[in-house]
Ligand binder design. Sequence first.
Ligand SMILES: Cc1cc2nc3c(=O)[nH]c(=O)nc-3n(C[C@H](O)[C@H](O)[C@H](O)COP(=O)(O)OP(=O)(O)OC[C@H]3O[C@@H](n4cnc5c(N)ncnc54)[C@H](O)[C@@H]3O)c2cc1C
Length: 490
Amino acid sequence: MTSFPPGNGLSHDKIIADVLVIGSGPGGAVTASMCAEAGKFVVMLEEGDHLSLDSAPHFSREEILQKYRNAGVNIGFGSAKIAYVEGCCVGGGSEINRGLYHRISSDVLENWRRDYRVDALAPSELDPHFAACEEVAQVQYLPGPAPHLSTRLAEGARNLGWACLEVPRLYAYATDIATGSPGRKQSMSETFVPRFMRAGGVVMARTRATRISRVSGSWTVSALSWDGTNRRRLELTAKTVFVAAGAVQTPWLLRRSGVKTNVGNSLRFHPMLKAVALFRDEINIPGELEPVHQIKEFDPRFSMGCSMSKRPALALAMAAHPAMMEAVDRDWRRMAIYYVQSTGGVGKVRSLPGFRDPLVRVELHRLDLKELADGLARLAEVLFAAGAEAVYPSIPGYPVLRSVADIAKLPETISPKQANATALHLFSSCPMGEDKQKCATDSFGRVHGMDGLYIADASLLCGPTVVNPQGTVMAVAHRNVMHAINSGAI
Ligand SMILES: Cc1cc2nc3c(=O)[nH]c(=O)nc-3n(C[C@H](O)[C@H](O)[C@H](O)COP(=O)(O)OP(=O)(O)OC[C@H]3O[C@@H](n4cnc5c(N)ncnc54)[C@H](O)[C@@H]3O)c2cc1C
């Protein structure tokens, strides 16, 4: 699919627009769409390809190669290492995620408002923006029974009296799933991107912004574009630029463009540990819908849920227990992967001369590691309550747990060297707010002291969302761009 066909009247080397949006994930796609509908000529740059939602099966090797940055392998270094995952395609993370959807809690918003001095961020002020996004990208509960590996977690929680819920998804389910396709995930390529294009917006895929500079009262974005064989340098100019390249790439781009105040110093994430549970009966049934249950008993300290548990993912999650590889081949239908996810840990993003990728440094402090260890123990507890025969923590050197009594064998804390944590949710690298000691932008995403330069993605969120973040990324982007449009700033 090409979104920038030759012959549409635009010069390929120098492009002038009213608004440039860098990045087409949930933040960028919502922002670009609203600007185009307000009558602006908007160009949205996207480093990755423009592919349809079903260009590859969900969670397949092909999808990882097509749509994940660096085929899913990105490492944050520090006292502990974190493997983090980012989308790199039109639609960003929304194309590769499960679309599990929450509105953020009023407590978390209240903390952001107080600690970062964010104006107009009360739940009543953000709710209309959640609702506006939900109208375009539908949010639905499963129309039928949840998959076995999901209901099994709910059963365990019920047996322990813990709070557990079915989480709705950004999904338009088919009315009768039994007849075939389950429906369509409401990713950006299915929702806001087509809406943007219908309003006259131009998507330039396979185009990476490399620098932003201020020239004669406008912003110029230098970019590299490629068509598979040839590379071209481009210069795009606009009065207004929204940077929406995600919580790692946005600070990378801004810092290498000389915009450094409170940029890239406060990355936060939800560190996640996994464990494989082996059940007596088959719970991992091919063809079932994606799992949807989450345990909320311990929020905001940590939450638990189900991971995609196809056979290759199981083999990877079981890598810490090599003796089990044959068992994975044989018994994978009796196995499923579950996770615990906390809110601790901080990081910094830096751009190094001569390096193509950002340097991400992460720190998991003593208390963060203790919290994760506690979360892992609780995860094992609920899996046994769900009827697991054995639990295999995905941490090298960790014991196999065969009963609740074995949970006592788990270390009380996790050593930074052993922590095998991953992160799918990244934010807060350029927080918004009026506190200029901490915040990169004002309360509505405009970079402090810079006319016409905005941030419009997960970087703006002032801290961990505790829940899955995409809904909040979209609502905040919608709130901010409507503020810019309505105030006449763009
Ligand atoms: C595997 C996975 C599962 C997840 N599951 C869920 C879930 O179920 N529910 C949920 O709420 N959240 C989930 N998330 C998180 C959610 O996807 C993100 O919070 C969300 O996508 C962030 O949106 P964003 O706009 O900030 O950035 P992104 O979605 O990261 O989009 C940024 C885009 O900018 C592009 N870009 C970067 N640099 C440049 C550049 N220099 N020039 C041009 N383009 C550039 C990138 O290629 C990318 O497409 C998941 C994330 C992952 C990775």
